[in-house]
Design a protein around this ligand. Structure first.
Ligand code: CU
Length: 366
């Protein structure tokens, strides 16, 4: 079939909106009509070459939609099911899956631009093969994904909001709840209030943390951080973040600091903002060349540094829990969607992201 999709041909170039050829789902795959696709910083990182990925390809890895057709052998899904995409479609059988770490699934993380059988379902009008991005490629009206990457949720919640659970919400809420296991009453600082940082704030708030200190350079994002559960905000373009954090924690620093940007400087700030015995969690994806530094206080002050990928989540369990938290009013998704745009405006949405405007743009389809 033909479907409209946003294709990246060259690093640093705008995405091309074009009709591409999408083959029918093969064994173990499903065809999904995309309802909403969040425009995430990782898409931008691929465009800018920070996250290496084979080109040309169809981007988009944070989305939700409705199952349209099943490939042979698909048993766990039916046409009409509402699904959220998991951009790490864990195989369930590899070393990490067997150890209960599906977010590190060997098989899924080695797919490159292909699906599970090592081939692509996507090509352009010239017959050139296009890569799938994270086996998701949801910057398109329709996409074919492995059944492991289409997680069924209930039929009631709006899919253009649930799309956010596919990446930023699971990454951020999971970093607080699954990776760091923030306890009630613990003090938390979050560096960076984009989609992931705002989700860490929500995870910390859901965990009962106090205070929850949000740090960003943009006032509008700090206002949103407060709406989503931050108790205090620091605008680091005006005030010193570390001093501000110490002032709020009896001069000691926080129990947990989260870096949600992926920059060396903010990582070392986050590291410096924890007290003895504190934990610094890196959630933002740094470039492969980045060498974040920390000092030797690691030992004498028993500090902990953690990395968190996809919120240490098991999407098959966590997507449902997060959907239920949203339905119960405890997880805020509507507030995180700053605006929606049609696929034709995807480059404008990426420009907004570059400029740090708003929290999330969701691409919607009729
Ligand atoms: Cu993402």
């Amino acid at each position: 079939m033909k479907t409209k999709a946003a294709v990246l041909y060259q690093l640093g170039e705008p995405l091309e909106i074009e009709e591409v050829e999408l083959q029918s789902p093969k064994s173990g795959e499903v065809l999904v009509k995309v309802a909403g696709a969040g425009v995430c910083h990782s898409d931008l990182s691929v465009i800018e070459g920070v996250i290496p990925y084979p080109l040309p390809g169809v981007l988009g890895h944070e989305g939700a939609g409705v199952v349209e057709a099943l490939g042979p052998g698909v048993t766990r899904l039916q046409a009409g099911d509402h699904v959220i995409f998991s951009f790490i479609p864990s195989c369930g059988e590899c070393f990490y899956c067997r150890r209960g770490k599906p977010n590190l699934c060997d098989t899924a993380l080695r797919l490159g631009g292909n699906l599970y059988d090592g081939t692509s379902r996507l090509s352009n009008s010239k017959g050139e093969t296009l890569n799938h991005f994270s086996a998701t490629s949801c910057f398109a009206e329709y996409t074919v994904v492995p059944q492991q990457g289409a997680i069924k949720v209930g039929p009631d919640a709006p899919l253009d909001k649930l799309a956010l659970i596919g990446c930023c919400v699971t990454t951020g809420v999971g970093a607080a709840i699954n990776t760091a296991k923030v306890e009630p009453g613990s003090s938390v600082a979050i560096f960076g209030c984009g989609g992931v940082g705002l989700s860490v704030i929500q995870g910390a708030a859901i965990s009962g943390a106090q205070p929850v200190i949000a740090i960003d350079l943009i006032e509008e994002r700090l206002a949103l951080a407060k709406e989503l559960g931050a108790t205090h905000t620091i605008n680091a373009s005006k005030d010193d973040a570390i001093r501000g954090i110490r002032d709020l924690t009896e001069g000691r620093g926080v129990d947990y600091a989260f870096e949600a940007i992926g920059r060396e400087e903010t990582f070392s700030q986050a590291y410096r903002s924890i007290h003895w015995g504190g934990t610094c969690v890196m959630v933002g994806v740094p470039s492969t060349e980045a060498r974040p530094t920390f000092d030797s206080r690691l030992v004498m002050q028993e500090r902990t540094i953690m990395g968190s990928l996809y919120g240490s989540s098991n999407p098959h369990v966590d997507f449902l829990k997060l959907t239920q938290l949203y339905e119960a009013g405890k997880l805020k998704l509507d507030e995180m969607v700053t605006r929606t745009r049609p696929l034709e405006q995807i480059n404008a949405a990426l420009d907004d992201l570059r400029a740090g405007l708003g929290a999330r743009t969701v691409i919607t389809f009729d």
